[in-house]
Design a protein around this ligand. Sequence first.
Ligand SMILES: [Zn+2]
Length: 408
Amino acid sequence: MNSQQIMRIFEDTAYVRMGGRPEEKKTAEYLCQKVAELGLEASVEPFEVPMGDMEEAFFQADGVSIPCKGYMCCGSGEVEAPFYYLRSTDAWSLSQCKGKIVLIDGYLGYWVYQDLLENGAVGIITHDGNVNYSDRDIDQRELRSYVHNGKKLLAVNINTKDAVSLVNKGVSRAKISVKQREYTGTSQNVILDMPGQLDEYIVLTAHYDSTSLSQGAYDNMSGSVGLLGIAEHFAKNPHRYGLRFVWCGSEERGLLGSKAYCAAHEEALSKVVLNINLDMIGCIMGKFIACATAEEKLVGYMEYLAFEQGLGIHAYQDVYSSDSTPFADKGVPAVSFARRAPANTATIHNSYDTMALMSGEQMVEDIEFLIQFTNRMANAQRCPVDRQMPDNMKEKLDIYLNRKRAPK
Ligand SMILES: [Zn+2]
């Protein structure tokens, strides 16, 4: 694919496509069409996702209505209580949550939610955005099923500017009211199989969904285009190992597509020698990184290969917050590639993630390296990456997947 063809895809997909929504399905169909243009055939594999259609969401602070969005799947109802800003998650600060509606900073992750439940919070307010931006956007958040485990608290998300103002005013009472219809919906993975000479294969992944305000050009139509570029190359070139491309749905909702794939194909994962995941490549600014959830030797190999190819790289061993992680958790060595922009040049998960962040030329260069790496692995006499997940990565997976708490 050349730079113009790539930018055309960003243009074609310049819309929000949240996991489980019709726009996500439309993008899945678009990807199938792009695969068909390569003379190949992709299939769509659906999976179930929790959904919530918001009918009403209100938040009042000392009787004044503040714009908000209700958390999808946090239940329905109304709660009124004293307002409390949890500045820090130390034991003393948490002990002040009892019977209160609590404003927190950052994401509503598993451990902070357990802390809020244990300490008797009765409602939750999160905030996102930036006090220095001119917008008053509010992201649509959700109470993820692996976070609430059936114990739901009403929650709303507000703009950061309002959060600052509430704290500054010293607001004392809060009221949250949410009404929504919750149901089981459908998201989908798009799968392209390219059998090789061996019955073992490499799974290449990239998510194509976006968050609620985002066109997700950088995060992650860029990686989705990367997979198309790799598929285009191997449609015309031999590969010993099979290649299976999986464009994952609902990654932004907690890696739901890759988790669904690994659950549905659990037995077949023993034939997978490597997972190559692309999440955010080809932006104008920033450095190329490779994060290996695999033996450390792979880090050195990727550095050597990048130098050979004339590409600057920062390679390291860690767990990456993307679709590589469910594979790694099933023991499949995994590597995630990204070009990481400095945050002040390209932010994600908001309305600023558009094709204006993207460089067609940089996309071509990044995809070229990814083709070379895939080629080395797919045409190796034996894929050299050890199938054994090292202990330090197992530990990190336990922490990332909330089985173990990170040391404070
Ligand atoms: Zn992403």
